[in-house]
Design a binder for this molecule. Structure first.
Ligand SMILES: Nc1ncnc2c1ncn2[C@@H]1O[C@H](COP(=O)(O)OP(=O)(O)OP(=O)(O)O)[C@@H](O)[C@H]1O
Length: 435
């Protein structure tokens, strides 16, 4: 099989400076100032013609540096890169000139690639249509959102029909529909036998699209192999990485950088056909529960089948949330937390069911009722409220006042009453009211 890309012992050295002064001094007296740092330290890999190679690795592992070197945008410090054919890089705003309009950028980029004025005129409408930028094409690129820049970059790069396509995180900034359209275009390229490098933090996209995975770790190759072989190990590593302390991460990093042999207790994944499994075992159901986060260290995910896109759940603690959707993904249950009784508006994200304490939530009626406030308890903005849900942190001041209820809900076994108290709408626990 012909090789499309051959990377041999590629290193990329950067210099880190403590400030502008040190940077200037290093220019005046070269070699005396700044600390050398290897973003890549000896990368070797080969890609066959027509292969789609995914680059994975935690932030800063060297994915963009390596893809820029392959695309010829950044020079390697040592080693060699050979590519068989024309390479196009698609990255967020890669190569776009901010002061020029979208149209000027198209013309400039195509001129630089050696196309004639006539060829450019022919391609231009297609590019504008693909980028969905019709109304904005004569506006300067600096006024574009990152999604718009990425769409323009993608549309220009694919229009020139390159032999090797390097796509660096370009799909993560646009909307979902455009990402799907790009993935379709990439599938076309794949069928045409083009070689692709695909950099993305989306595990789902990687599994759907790549043949092989190059896993980078602090500028070194951790693994290179078939997607089914490498991805489960990478996912297990990510799970481990999320849980360990800063100090442990630093220890891990130093071990990798200094080639030290030390075993870390990273779980060994089961060997399963992850790709098929993930597609087949998603089951979504409408439910109605209230939930509160009950774990110290836990995460909120954009989507349960891509556990690589997550944020810490810490800021969302001490509040209750509405849960209107449940997904079972590969035997694990996830709940969709929301600030409103809705699965669409004001949604926070998906959490593993084991990290959330939940109670069944039902609306009993919307009848008008009147109770007397006992003076105990609190007034909340949600039924079964927690600390961050207080509207009144004591009801003592309203002791013996009437409370006019317009809605009654049940959370678990408890009734909660909703009504107006001193111009504010509150939920009050049944034990804090009497007839
Ligand atoms: N121009 C530069 N000067 C100095 N250091 C740099 C430069 N570009 C990248 N680096 C460093 O090189 C390392 C690798 O960066 P790179 O952007 O390639 O990682 P990455 O895996 O693509 O990360 P991410 O997932 O965050 O995009 C990082 O530590 C980064 O800070």
């Amino acid at each position: 099989m012909d090789k499309a890309i051959v990377v041999k012992n590629v290193k990329k050295k950067y210099k880190l400076y403590s400030g502008t002064r040190e940077r200037i001094l290093d220019i005046i007296v070269p070699g005396r100032f700044g600390e050398e740092f290897y973003a890549l330290s000896g990368i070797d890999f080969k890609a066959d013609m027509g292969e789609v190679i995914g680059f994975v690795g935690i932030n800063g592992s060297g994915k963009s540096t390596l893809s820029n070197i392959i695309a010829g945008i950044v020079p390697e410090s040592s080693g060699t890169v050979s590519t068989n054919g024309q390479v196009a890089l698609i990255a967020v705003s890669a190569g776009l000139k901010n002061d020029l309009t979208g149209r000027d950028n198209i013309e400039l980029k195509l001129l630089m690639l050696g196309l004639s004025k006539d060829e450019i005129k022919e391609l231009e409408p297609e590019i504008i249509e693909f980028a969905e930028l019709e109304k904005f094409i004569d506006q300067p690129v600096k006024s574009y959102s990152s999604g718009m820049k990425s769409r323009l970059g993608f549309a220009i790069s694919v229009s020139v029909d390159p032999d090797i396509l390097v796509i660096d995180e370009a799909l993560s900034v646009g909307d979902k529909a455009f990402a799907e359209k790009c993935l379709d275009k990439m599938k076309e390229f794949k069928q045409d036998g083009k070689t692709m490098i695909f950099v993305s933090h989306s595990i789902g996209q990687m599994k759907r699209f790549c043949d092989k995975i190059l896993w980078l770790e602090f500028g070194k190759v951790k693994e290179y192999g078939a997607v089914q072989e490498v991805m489960p190990k990478y996912e297990a590593f990510l799970d481990y990485w999320k849980k360990i302390s800063k100090a442990k991460r630093e220890e891990y990093k130093q071990n990798v950088i200094n080639n030290k042999e030390k075993t870390f207790d990273i779980p060994i994944p089961e060997v399963v056909q992850e790709q098929e499994k993930s597609i087949e075992t998603i089951e979504e159901r409408a439910i109605s529960r209230m939930g509160i986060i009950n774990q110290e260290e836990c995460f909120i995910y954009n989507t349960p089948n891509d556990l690589n896109v997550f944020k810490s759940a810490h800021p969302y603690k001490k509040s209750v949330y509405y849960i209107k959707r449940k997904i079972t993904y590969n035997d694990e249950i996830f709940y969709l937390l929301s600030n409103q009784p809705s699965a669409k508006s004001d949604v926070i994200g998906w959490m593993k069911a084991k990290d959330v304490k939940t109670r069944q939530h039902t609306t009993i009626d919307e009848d008008n009722k009147t109770f007397i406030i006992i003076g105990t308890g609190k007034g909340f903005n949600r039924p079964w409220g927690s600390e961050k849900n207080y509207i009144y942190n004591t009801l003592n001041k309203y002791k013996n006042n009437e409370f006019h209820v317009i809605k009654t809900d049940r959370v678990g076994k408890t009734l909660w009453y909703y009504g107006l108290l001193d111009d504010k709408k509150v939920w009050i626990h049944e034990n804090d009211l009497k007839d």
